[in-house]
Ligand binder design. Structure first.
Ligand SMILES: [Zn+2]
Length: 461
């Protein structure tokens, strides 16, 4: 494809910035969501460029938008997905009102959603306009359809957004081979070496109540095996024991990049972790700062963290039941039965009678996309050109995004919304007071997203 001239880019980026600010000015705080005006804004911009879209309302004012630019049909479509809703903001804690879209003299743009994720939604919108202009308006068809999915309700779980779309309107996008979503493209620096994350997987959720029963009695006559005492033992064991290590493909990729790019003690550690028969032991002596060590532990294992404890009601009564809420998270490839076995091992025979009561009938799935294929390759190539010296770092996240609803349709989802390597604390700004993004960082996101998409949809493999 012919590259865009710098003068064309200036016009394109100025227009994209206008759309970004306009979308920031639409209050899509979820709850209640109210994504409809944002979807209508996007539909109007697309219509001005002769691109059709449909808006699907899952509930009054809860809107999802789908648009599709046709390719020649020789390869399956590519999907750009993002959510339009944002989390709440406390205006009195902000330097500029959270729905002002205020741009200060330095070029910093303030607004709830500036980093999560109206910048990415706008970059996808701008990419559609550019593909239309550079392909269709010149009588050219890309190899793949390009689909844009702007969703409601990510921040409270997607029942009105991704999940609803997957259940009711999958035919509009499920033919996509792969998708770009939020979650990666975030710069990080480890021991002075620069990385950019690419989210290739997400852990699943399998929460449960752990319950211990016993005979009630008078508090003046202690009962060492009372339910409340045994539950406390179980909570202590689960909270202080790491479950066994399971190396997933994404985390192996993560460690391989670090082993190859770090030096000294850190490189030795990452290599040892990859090669050891007992990585759990290697982790005990990790030369990492505590935050990174905890995070690495969490992506190497299923986890079961106690978050709620409930028992008793009166100071002189030994209660007959005690229960703890446990936030369980599963790695890709792990079943609930695997998880339960690991939990039972930690509890041991002395606590074998404790009941495990799953909070949901089925676990929320874990997912993982292979670190290969046309999209992954295009990301590698574009980043090598755009950010030489910055290493792409695959990562598995412990939480979840809309990918959980979309990946089960057979779509490989990568979280990659690229930002410059010197924009270092992007992730911390999401959901925080004064959420903001520099205009330059936004422009980078637009250009780089377009470059990746252009490669993917132009190539015949
Ligand atoms: Zn988000």
């Amino acid at each position: 494809m012919s590259a865009l001239q710098e003068s064309d880019w200036a016009t394109t980026l100025a227009e994209a910035t206008r759309h970004f600010i306009s979308l920031l000015q639409i209050d899509t705080t979820n709850p209640p969501g109210n994504e409809l005006p944002a979807a209508q804004y996007i539909a109007a911009v697309l219509a001005q460029h002769d691109i059709e879209s449909v808006i699907l309302e899952s509930a009054p004012r809860r809107a999802n938008l789908v648009a599709r630019l046709k390719g020649d049909g020789s390869l399956p479509p590519m999907l750009l997905m993002g959510h339009m809703d944002v989390v709440m903001a406390e205006p009195d804690k902000w330097s500029h009102p959270p729905f002002s879209g205020h741009k200060d003299a330095s070029g910093m743009i303030f607004g709830r959603g500036a980093t999560d994720m109206k910048q990415t939604v706008t970059a996808a919108l701008a990419t559609l306009l550019l593909v239309k202009q550079n392909f269709h308006d010149r009588g050219l068809l890309p190899k793949r359809d390009l689909i844009f999915l702007a969703l409601a309700d990510e921040e409270t779980g997607g029942a009105y957004g991704a999940r609803w779309m997957a259940e009711n309107h999958a035919a509009l996008f499920a033919d996509a081979e792969f998708a770009l979503n939020e979650g990666g493209g975030i710069a990080a620096e480890i021991n002075g070496v620069r990385y950019m994350t690419i989210q290739a997987g997400e852990k699943g959720t399998s929460r449960f109540w752990l319950r211990a029963r016993g005979t009630p009695g008078h508090g003046s006559v202690p009962m060492p095996n009372a339910g409340i005492v045994r539950l406390a033992d179980a909570v202590h064991r689960l909270g202080s024991t790491w479950l066994p290590v399971h190396m997933t493909a994404t985390t192996r990729g993560f460690l391989e990049v670090l082993a190859a790019t770090q030096s000294g003690q850190a490189a030795t550690f990452f290599r040892a972790l990859l090669e050891s028969d007992d990585p759990g032991v290697v982790m005990q002596k990790a030369p990492l700062e505590p935050g990174m060590q905890r995070n690495l532990n969490a992506v190497l294992r299923n986890t079961a963290m106690p978050t709620i404890v409930r028992s008793g009601g009166q100071l002189n009564v030994i209660p007959d039941v005690a229960e703890a809420g446990i936030d369980g998270r599963l790695l890709p490839g792990q079943s609930r039965a695997d998880f339960e076995r690991e939990i039972r091992d930690v509890l041991g025979s002395g606590l074998a009678d404790l009941e495990i009561d799953w909070a949901t009938a089925e676990p929320a799935i874990a997912l993982e996309a292979e670190l290969e294929g046309p999209l992954y390759t295009a990301i590698q190539e574009v980043m090598a050109a755009r950010a030489p010296g910055t290493h792409l770092l695959p990562n598995l996240v412990t939480g979840g995004t809309d990918a959980k609803a979309i990946a089960p349709l057979g779509i490989k989802v990568f979280g990659f919304s690229p930002h410059p390597a010197d924009d270092l604390n992007l992730f911390e700004r999401a959901h925080a007071h004064d959420e903001r993004l520099h205009e330059k960082s936004f422009h980078y996101c637009v250009r780089t997203t377009y470059e990746i998409v252009e490669r993917v949809i132009s190539r015949s493999v």
